[in-house]
Design a protein. Structure first.
Lengths: 115, 111
């Protein structure tokens, strides 16, 4: 158990709909990352937040948005869903060490199926 | 352009042998490189981190090397076991704080 929680575990919805995925980082971790992993594909970085502020952005679609709240939990909003958005969505959290490294701890993921 | 490459073909080895996985990168100058393990349908799990000034790092049956001249990291599992079967991902941090993952190499250890 990494200490990172994600809800829901599974989500089935229809094209055109909007969903919200939720992530709670490990206690004390200020950074939250979101990744998308399609079937048999690699992890695609979407976005990173650090202590409530957006830190880095990957190839995140305009239909997707995220935020990190004062209690450090994060939500990823996916709208106007398309079949191709079906994937595993992972959240990870990390803390920057004094040595300048950060190791990411991943949640169990949310499996999104768009029908 | 920046790339991280891992062998997309699965590595199939006999139990007890040493598995060696390769990670090559181009157009990065990472301060450190990480290896993760991912089981099907589950989130990656951190295994080892190696810094640019370290040649080798060990943890139990795992060993990682890092050659910044060749722009390559090798990941070894000695005395491999069927339970080591998984996908192994290398990752490095680019200059804009993003942790970029390779596509991973699947390891299958036959009993």
């Amino acid at each position: 158990d990494s200490g990172v929680t994600q809800t829901p575990k599974h989500l089935i919805t229809a094209t055109g709909q909007r969903v919200t995925l939720r992530c709670s980082p490990r206690s004390g971790d200020l950074s939250v990352y979101w990744y998308q992993q399609s079937l048999d594909q690699g992890l695609q970085f979407l976005i990173q937040y650090y202590n409530g502020e957006e830190r880095a952005k990957g190839n995140i679609l305009e239909r997707f948005s995220a935020q990190q709240f004062p209690d450090l939990h994060s939500e990823l909003n996916l709208s106007s869903l398309e079949l191709g958005d079906s994937a595993l969505y992972f959240c990870a959290s990390s803390v920057l060490t004094s040595g300048g490294t950060d190791t990411q701890y991943f949640g169990p993921g949310t499996r999104l199926t768009v029908l | 352009s920046q790339k991280i490459e891992q062998n997309s073909e699965a590595l199939n080895i006999q139990e007890g042998k040493t598995a060696t996985l390769t990670c090559n990168y181009t157009n990065y100058s990472p301060a450190y490189l990480q290896w993760y393990r991912q089981d099907p349908g589950r989130g990656p799990v951190f295994l080892l981190l190696i810094r640019e000034n370290e040649k080798e790092k060990r943890k139990e049956r795992l060993k990682v090397t890092f050659d910044t001249t060749l722009k390559q990291s090798l990941f070894h599992i000695t005395a491999s076991q069927p339970a080591d079967s998984a996908t192994y991902l290398c990752a490095l941090k680019d200059s804009s704080y993003k942790l970029i993952f390779g596509s991973g190499t699947r390891l299958l250890v036959r009993p």
